[in-house]
Design a protein around this ligand. Structure first.
Ligand code: UDP
Length: 473
């Protein structure tokens, strides 16, 4: 009997640790909704790049019984464009997985009452199956409301601007957001003749056809874009600001507790934590400057280091697998020895959620990946914004100029952030009286974020609205 089958939502991540981790955390909220909904994750994978990474596997092992998951047959390199940007590769991997997703959906219908598909922003092509099978279609945006507002705005920008956006003299006014110079718009729109641009634009247009969009943000942190996105009569699908969705830290952290033990020996707010997300990389020159700058700052530091590369997101899809050899050998000579009392350098991966929660941490130098930012916010840790790729420059502007909870590093004319700048910005953030306001504002943001997660807080209210929407099918 149809009514006795469990109600099920199918969730489709896109490859890459931070996308899998975020949507998975959201899946845990779905199964906690009052409707007794079950979730199946259908996870597209790419062969030969080591995915799923150890970190992704660890979080999958800690799932409640109401969530199950299947890795879809891996898409092989030959089926993917060579040397394509990562965002494109991730998306194409999902599109190529559509037949196997369809197959999986068919077999699920025999045991469950399927109501909806929730696909990651890069997995939007899979939503074609929702229409085909009469399911509701939702997009999960693991990034900012600002990014989402930009996505809805892009088709208009595309119609009205001739030439490259980086050449527009005035900053771009994304609805509800702080103005952004064209050169700081997301990477995919920096070259309008590229395949990546065409693809991104098309995806932005497709967004309108979803039944609803879930964005990992909340009103208190991004009031402007959220107001714009949720205003009635704008012709957008329903937008649910379901954030903050962050890792609760249950994973394989025990393996890494050398960081936490090290932090235990430090006084509150004394250590700067340095990490560029799950796959951000620096050039060799930049790595040297950062190392020398940390040393020069005289501040205690905990630095997660990856082998250098000329492409800023070189190890994104391979996550924490060690492609470039031992990262420590790229450090300036004598550095480890000279700083052995000052800092801890951790190759590849550290338990970030726990680290940011440690009282010794007084600042976070981040590439501004949205998960990292939210983890910083939830722990009241003020930020140094060092954006690398994707929408990170836009986020850096929002964090430093609008929210004013971050200081942004300045690069020289060659794009290099010099050691003196590194040292200076760290000292400012952590000790200058002048910048005390930044620390205070981050603390109050932490308080409102924590409140939003309470039983009676805004997150549960938004999730309840989403639950009503789900049950319409
Ligand atoms: N992360 C971690 N340890 C590391 C590096 C990253 O646990 O050494 C986690 C981090 O806590 C965050 C995610 O990986 O949850 C990175 O996501 P973010 O959106 O900040 O950046 P991305 O990886 O997408 O560039």
């Amino acid at each position: 009997n149809e009514m006795e089958k469990p109600t099920r939502v199918v969730v489709i991540p896109s490859p890459g640790f931070s996308h899998v981790a975020s949507i998975l955390e959201f899946a845990k909220r779905i199964v906690k909704l009052p409707n007794g909904i079950h979730v199946t994750l259908l996870i597209p994978t790419i062969a030969n790049n080591g995915s799923p990474s150890e970190a992704s596997k660890a979080i999958l092992q800690s799932l409640p019984s109401t969530i199950n998951y299947t890795f879809l047959p891996p898409i092989h390199d030959q089926e993917l464009p060579q040397e394509a940007p990562i965002a494109l590769t991730a998306q194409i991997a999902v599109s190529r997985s559509v037949p196997s997703i369809r197959h999986a959906l068919m077999s699920l219908t025999s045991t469950s009452r399927l109501v909806a598909i929730v696909a990651d922003l890069f997995g939007i092509d899979a939503l074609i199956l929702a229409k085909e099978m009469n399911l509701l279609s939702f997009v999960y945006c693991p990034s900012t409301a600002m990014t989402l507002s930009f996505c809805f705005f892009l088709p208009k920008l595309d119609d009205t601007v001739i030439g490259e956006f980086k050449e527009i003299s005035e900053p771009v006014r994304i609805p509800g957001c702080v103005p952004v110079p064209g050169r700081d718009l997301p990477n995919p729109v920096q070259d309008r003749n590229s395949e990546l641009y065409r693809n991104f634009l098309q995806r932005c247009k497709q967004l309108r056809f979803a039944d609803g969009i879930l964005v990992n943000s909340f009103r208190e942190i991004e009031p402007g874009p959220i107001r714009e996105l949720t205003e009635e009569g704008r012709g957008y699908p329903m937008v649910y600001p379901v954030g903050p969705i962050i890792q609760n830290g249950s994973g394989n952290e025990t393996k890494f507790d050398q960081c936490l033990t090290w932090l235990d020996n430090h006084v509150p707010n004394s250590v700067i934590y340095v990490c560029f997300g799950s796959g951000g990389t620096l050039s060799q020159d930049q790595l040297n400057e950062l190392a020398m700058g940390l040393e020069l700052s005289g501040k205690k530091f905990l630095w997660v280091i990856r082998a250098p590369s000329e492409s800023a997101n070189a190890s994104y899809l391979s996550g924490n697998n060690n492609n470039g050899g031992d990262p420590l050998r790229f450090l300036p000579s004598g550095f480890l020895d000279r700083t052995k009392k000052q800092g801890l350098v951790v190759p590849l991966w550290a338990p970030q959620a726990q680290i940011l929660n440690h009282h010794a941490i007084g600042g976070f130098l981040t590439h501004c990946g949205w998960n990292s930012v939210l983890e910083g916010v939830m722990n009241g840790v003020p930020l140094i914004a060092w954006p690398l790729f994707a929408e990170q420059k836009m986020s850096a502007i929002f964090l430093s100029e609008d929210l004013k909870v971050a200081l942004r590093v300045k690069a020289n004319e060659n794009g290099l952030v010099e050691r003196e700048e590194v040292a200076c910005v760290i000292r400012r953030l952590m000790e200058d009286e002048e910048y005390r306001e930044i620390r205070r504002r981050m603390q109050s943001l932490k308080n409102v974020a924590t409140e939003s997660l309470q039983e009676e807080g805004s997150q549960n209210k938004i999730l309840a609205q989403f639950a009503v929407h789900l049950m319409k099918n």
